[in-house]
Design a protein around this ligand. Sequence first.
Ligand SMILES: Cc1cc2nc3c(=O)[nH]c(=O)nc-3n(C[C@H](O)[C@H](O)[C@H](O)COP(=O)(O)OP(=O)(O)OC[C@H]3O[C@@H](n4cnc5c(N)ncnc54)[C@H](O)[C@@H]3O)c2cc1C
Length: 463
Amino acid sequence: MNRYDVVVIGSGPGGEGAAMTAAKAGKRVAVIDWHEAIGGGCVHWVTIPSKVLRHAIWQYQDFRDNPLFARALEHLDIGYPALLEAAGTVIAGQVKMRRGFYDRNDVRLIDGHARFIDMHTVEVTNSRGATQRLQGDHFVVAVGTSPYRPDDVDFSHPRVRDADTILELDTTPGSITIYGAGVIGCEYASIFRNLGCKLNLVNSRDKLLSFLDDEIIDALSYHLRDQGALIRHHEQYERVEPRDDEVVLHLESGKKLKSDFLLWAQGRTGNTDALGLENVGIEVNSRKQIEVGEHYQTSVGHIYAVGDVIGFPGLASASYDQGRFAATHIVEGACDRRLVENVPTGIYTIPEISSIGPTERELTERQIPYEVGHALFRSLARAQIVNCRVGMLKLLFHRETFEILGIHCFGYQAAEIVHIGQAIMSQPDEANDIRYFADTTFNYPTMAEAYRVAALNGINRVI
Ligand SMILES: Cc1cc2nc3c(=O)[nH]c(=O)nc-3n(C[C@H](O)[C@H](O)[C@H](O)COP(=O)(O)OP(=O)(O)OC[C@H]3O[C@@H](n4cnc5c(N)ncnc54)[C@H](O)[C@@H]3O)c2cc1C
């Protein structure tokens, strides 16, 4: 009974994509997860909770800025714990829905920690200490990552938090220091600053999110500062000193940043400790990630790995697709589908950011003759109606072929808007043409109309 065609370890997006694909192809599938409810870190402690929080705070701030509602909110104290409760409702809904997928497809869900015993066996130990062994012809390792915790920082202290434990905070901080200004650091900077907390955002580099287009980086820095965040670049921590009533971040530059809480946001490491990989001869890199080949096979052919545990791009969206492709390879012995070349980036700061494809900097370095088309949200009727005038859509296109090369957007609904351009940009050959947006008819008023405005703006520069 404990023999399966495919055993999946981890029920996040990577594991779910693999399990569903294999089950729908008629395979006998088991999914193991040590968390009592399925959904992975994605549903329970990273993507979904942070997005619900961000949305609730954005709405709250939007109401406060609206004279119609501002007075009603004057006597309302909505703190961090109340906003977290909103996340609980969404998480419960996600778990129920996803459980239904597994039940309908006869996938067995097993609760416990999985560890390889030999090439075809894993041992699962549940929270009560009971063990069982499962045999599999194939395995998909989708165990995700955990926040990176250096040894010299005391994470057991209640004033020192990481991206997981920040969701257990039962108070609204008066002040918070975020060490690490990557995507997670910037998203939480938006959350806490818009909640009214005094905020230090400490960056070890010289700019925020340097993989983005410079204009977007400038806009994010400007708006975070405009909201009141104090951003410090080029800083390295020397030590963290948690006290009973505050925490002090000592920087190598001699600065000391005092705040109620510290959020440590310095990258993540693979959940590969205690997975028994040594028993099957799979090695991990310095970030405890597993290396895989083209079809997500590890160095052991029948053991696949997908999702964050294999590293870049480290997104829920991509993890799900990787799981599907790995399972297709297991089922069919081949898979000609690949992750799209340009995986979209969605960053849920306030304002929101999204982009696909190269930046101006990269195109210039590659000496590609491109032109730029801009649409400022403040000139769109829809943005005026919803009172979200901050933002811009920027299209980069080849000035001779009119091929769309890159899409960069910030502001209201940026993560949605970018997909309209993606649909045209991913068309083959001449079908990828910015003139499509100049020639088509858009609903009015919409945010999508930004494409027409940006296309006309860009084309006018060329002709
Ligand atoms: C703060 C934050 C915000 C994010 N926001 C976004 C976003 O907006 N959009 C986006 O696309 N991505 C986002 N991400 C990234 C996204 O969360 C991950 O890419 C995604 O969760 C990875 O999915 P996964 O299946 O690889 O692993 P996970 O979702 O982490 O799931 C792994 C599962 O494996 C289980 N597990 C681990 N080891 C074992 C074991 N030995 N035995 C049994 N079970 C085990 C864990 O309990 C967990 O349930 C965010 C990440 C963070 C940290």
